[in-house]
Design a protein around this ligand. Structure first.
Ligand code: DGT
Ligand code: CA
Ligand code: CA
Ligand code: ZN
Length: 581
């Protein structure tokens, strides 16, 4: 079992224990174990063969080690299964509603036996919660709104979750003899910020008509399947345990390009492309590109052949949204999109001085391993008390520590002292100018009072970026994908003013944010904004989330030169808003 899977079961168990009002020490031990496993750099499941090694992990005692051994051996945890049976699995979904914690879930369960979102909605509407503590008309209205918001997003998944699920399944499919190519198409291939379902295409000699039945059985036997929805002659649909639905299609080699083109989409791109094909005397479908007059098929085993036959350059999947890419490809003027290897550094990350998990040095070494030549350490400021944010005095001490590590590592990587300073309710910054003046990278972000009226929020952010020490506006719209909408404000006004002031706007590569989104990034470029892409890492392993940010930049048609942290360290410092001393 992978660390993520083990961690998920442990953390669900902690939630369920909390719902059942178990001993708080016990709840904490499961939560802590989940965290330790999730962030462990070794495969914890593999240690199960030598339980002594498990005990060396922080926070893992004898009981927890036995749990891990059980999961590795049986693929499940008895306690977890037992509690799921008691409360129904839908109980866990209740916890995904905004503002809903295990204590509230327990309250609703005890008072009204509510164990699903549907039951909660009915109970709200029938007034059955009215006599419970903290359940006035206002709270009930808020609950109903939360349910509506949740339903709007339900059935979509974060990009990294979909990506990891796809990687695992790809590996499994490739292991079958006679399968040569496996490609996740659809929105995942286009790098959309959230994914509805996975659309897999598979080809190779094993997909020949007389052999494909065995492939169908292999696919349906994938161990992470919750239920198989349908099995056809050359298609299998199923739902993974995490809820994600998957369609796998087996194809002959000669149709692979046509199918890949079709199932990559987007629908709008396909419609416009098919119209172009028709005008040129062809039909295009998932099986082939063919001549209209005699029905004869053109070579369709690769996408390149198909686009070339239509007089176009091959179009990177991220651009296939019918936003002008078809014309551009026909005129051979598609942009050369930014790639992950263009990135030279990451300018937003946290350490264990606040809510990060690693030291300055560990973050720097991890960045160096990725081939970066610089990073900025940008911990939180004091307004975010729950993160142990820095006040002026601690920020100064932190700068000194950052400088010391920078000196130790001189010649390999540069470490810029920085801060992610909170934009306070009125647009003032959370630290004094004297302290900010000593930082190379000041990222200013909104982390509170998200519900201000639009005008007030706009003024608040504009005031913040007027501060001459702010060099980057962090995650500018504040959205949390599938959880929180962007706050209401005049983004265009903020982008315009950022461009005038030379404040860079951030694309936050963390898959929960991906903010600014693709459309806003296009707008930012149009307005002449400086753009940076940062991971906002809270752990060394988060640095790799950069790739999800790169996908969004590519979707916005950005090139390496459009993004500041593709530059060398000196060039970058020159291009950031000038520092006043
Ligand atoms: P998702 O799953 O909601 O994140 O988004 P997609 O883009 O993966 O959409 P999905 O899974 O419904 O379909 C995958 C691709 O198949 C889609 O991008 C284009 C193609 N496709 C599906 N249905 C149609 C259709 O009715 N017409 C055309 N032209 N293409 C379609
Ligand atoms: Ca899909
Ligand atoms: Ca689909
Ligand atoms: Zn932040």
């Amino acid at each position: 079992m992978e660390n993520r899977q083990i961690a998920q079961i442990l953390s669900e168990t902690a939630d369920l224990l909390e719902v059942s009002a178990a001993d708080s020490f016990r709840i904490r031990s499961y939560r802590r174990a989940a965290e330790v496993v999730e962030s462990s750099t070794v495969a914890v499941g593999q240690l199960a063969a030598e339980p002594k090694k498990l005990l060396e992990l922080p926070g893992i005692g004898k009981g927890m080690a036995a749990n891990i051994v059980e999961m590795e051996q049986t693929g499940a945890l008895g306690l977890h299964q037992e509690m799921l049976a008691r409360y129904k699995p839908s109980m866990l979904e209740l916890l995904r509603l905004p503002g809903m914690g295990p204590k509230t879930v327990a309250l609703f369960w005890d008072a009204a036996q509510i164990s699903s979102i549907d039951e909660l909605e009915t109970a709200c509407r029938e007034g059955r919660l009215d006599n419970l503590p903290r359940c006035g008309p206002k709270q009930v209205a808020k609950l109903l709104q939360g349910i509506a918001d949740y339903r709007k997003h339900a059935g979509r998944f974060h990009l990294d979750d979909a990506d990891l699920a796809a990687e695992r399944l790809t590996e499994y499919l490739r292991s079958f003899p006679g399968i040569e190519r496996v490609t996740p198409a659809g929105s995942l291939r286009r790098g959309r910020d959230t994914v509805g379902d996975l659309d897999f295409l598979v080809t190779g000699p094993a997909c020949a008509e007389d052999r494909v039945a065995a492939v169908v059985e292999h696919v349906a036997g994938y161990p992470l399947i919750a239920d198989v929805i349908g099995k056809g002659q050359n298609k299998v649909s199923f739902r993974l345990r995490q809820g994600l639905q998957v369609d796998v299609r087996m194809l002959p080699e000669k149709s692979y390009g046509a199918a890949l083109q079709y199932f990559t989409g987007s629908k709008l791109h396909n419609v416009t492309l098919r119209q172009r094909a028709l005008k040129m005397g062809y039909t295009l479908n998932e099986y082939a590109l063919a001549r209209l007059d005699d029905g004869s098929a053109l070579p369709s085993s690769t996408e390149e052949e198909i686009y070339a036959a239509l007089g176009m350059d091959w179009i990177p999947p991220e651009l296939r949204e019918d936003l002008g890419e078809i014309e551009a490809a026909a005129q051979h003027r598609l942009p050369v999109l930014i790639e992950q290897s263009d990135i030279r550094g990451d300018l937003h990350m946290h350490t264990n001085a606040t809510d990060g998990k690693n030291t300055i040095r560990e973050m720097a070494e991890a960045a160096l391993e990725r081939g970066y030549s610089y990073i900025a350490i940008t911990d939180h400021s004091k307004n975010l008390a729950m993160t142990n944010g820095l006040d002026d005095a601690r920020a100064l001490e932190h700068i000194a520590r950052i400088r010391a590590v920078d000196r130790e590592m001189a010649g390999s990587i540069r470490i810029f002292p920085g801060i992610e300073v909170d934009i306070l309710v009125d647009g003032a910054l959370d630290l004094s100018d004297d302290v900010l003046a000593q930082m190379d990278v000041v990222v200013a972000s909104v982390h509170s009072y998200f519900n201000q009226p639009a005008k007030q929020m706009t003024e608040r952010i504009l005031r913040a970026i007027e501060n001459p020490f702010v060099r980057i506006l962090g995650h500018p719209t504040g959205r949390l994908l599938l959880r929180r909408e962007p706050y209401e404000f005049d983004l265009d006004a903020v982008l315009r003013r950022s461009a005038e002031l030379g404040v860079a706007v951030e694309h936050n590569a963390y898959p929960d944010r991906l903010d600014l989104n693709d459309r806003n990034l296009r707008r930012a470029k149009e307005l002449g904004c400086k753009i940076v892409v940062n991971t906002d890492a809270h752990h060394t392993s988060h640095l790799e989330k950069m790739r999800y940010g790169i996908l969004q930049l590519r979707r916005a048609g950005l090139q390496a030169e459009d993004v500041l942290n593709t530059r060398s360290a000196d060039d970058l410092l020159q291009r950031l808003r000038p520092r006043i001393l």
